[in-house]
Design a protein around this ligand. Structure first.
Ligand code: COA
Length: 268
């Protein structure tokens, strides 16, 4: 899928310092919800980090109090406003972008670190299974309300989460939307360390700079060694998830759940 190059980012901040590329989701008034522009910019930033010889490790984080509230639910509403032919809007537009981003994460040749600075919802949680290291602030929470939104697991989490957490904990999260605290997420191996909010970004950057000073070819060979054997499984999971999601996102259950979110908000 072709994505046009931008000279500058509107929804994220991208910078490179001493071998560390930091990608900061920057739509904090909307809790860093991922709209079409944000997906496109994320794809461009990650491609840039993977191709830039100066970059050894890449850190993904959020600005403001949230890491990200997941997919922007307006995408669904806009689709349903376009009438019955547009019930598949997600299938035709954002789903290919999301799939492309997940493909980039699967193939990313350098070490990826997620710095979960606050609450994470939906795909902001499920994609963590594709990161190499995940750190979280003690204000972070992890929520996947897929069933109540008429949706299902994505970003290969139907494969990665049971492997990371074991089936019982993974399915409590993916099927029943159990919300995890930062400590819960550490206890079930989704993240490796929790830091206090006030020193969080400093702690992550200190580690990232230290990692980026390691021999870069050895780091990439180590990643290849550990990840190559997984890629076919991940692509299989992504394909199955995309097929099921395409059906679910055009269902009444999904449309009604999303409309209810906006109706509830309009009454607040
Ligand atoms: N999609 C669309 N808009 C979103 C959003 C999302 N995923 N997350 C936050 N926003 C918007 C809100 O609509 C609100 O917009 P407004 O200022 O124009 O009214 C703004 O971001 C701030 O959010 P608000 O709901 O007022 O803050 P809150 O602290 O009360 O609640 C959330 C924050 C994230 C808990 C709540 O917005 C929410 O539940 N969002 C949906 C999360 C979701 O279901 N994601 C998809 C998972 S598959």
């Amino acid at each position: 899928m072709a994505v046009a190059a931008h000279s500058q980012y509107n929804c994220l901040i991208y910078n490179v310092n001493e071998g560390v590329a930091t990608v900061t989701l920057n739509r904090h008034r909307k809790k860093n919800a991922l709209n079409k522009e944000m997906w496109t910019e994320l794809i461009l930033a990650l491609r840039s980090a993977s191709r830039d010889d100066r970059v050894v490790v890449c850190v993904l984080t959020g600005s403001g109090d949230y890491f990200s509230s997941g997919n922007d639910l307006n995408n669904f509403i806009e689709a349903s406003k376009r009438g019955s032919d547009a019930a598949n809007y997600m299938t035709f537009e954002n789903v290919p972008l999301v799939k492309l981003l997940v493909d980039i994460l699967i193939d990313f040749p350098k070490q990826l670190i997620a710095a979960v600075n606050g609450p994470a919802i939906g795909i902001a949680v499920t994609s963590l299974g594709l990161m190499d290291v995940v750190y979280a602030s003690d204000t972070a929470t992890f929520l996947t309300p897929f069933t109540s939104l008429g949706q299902c697991a994505e970003a290969c989490s139907s494969y990665t989460f049971p492997k990371i957490m074991g089936p019982s904990k993974a399915y409590e999260v993916l099927f029943f939307g159990r919300k995890l605290s930062a400590q819960d997420a550490k206890d079930c191996n989704l993240i490796s360390e929790v830091f206090p909010e006030d020193s969080f970004q400093r702690e992550v950057q200190t580690r990232a700079l230290k990692f980026a000073a390691l021999p870069r070819k050895t780091l990439q060979a180590a990643k290849k060694l550990c990840r190559d054997g997984e890629r076919d499984h991940l692509r299989g999971a992504l394909k199955r998830e995309s097929d099921v999601l395409a059906v679910l996102t055009s269902s009444d259950e999904c449309r009604d759940a999303i409309k209810n979110f906006f109706v509830r908000k309009s009454k607040m």
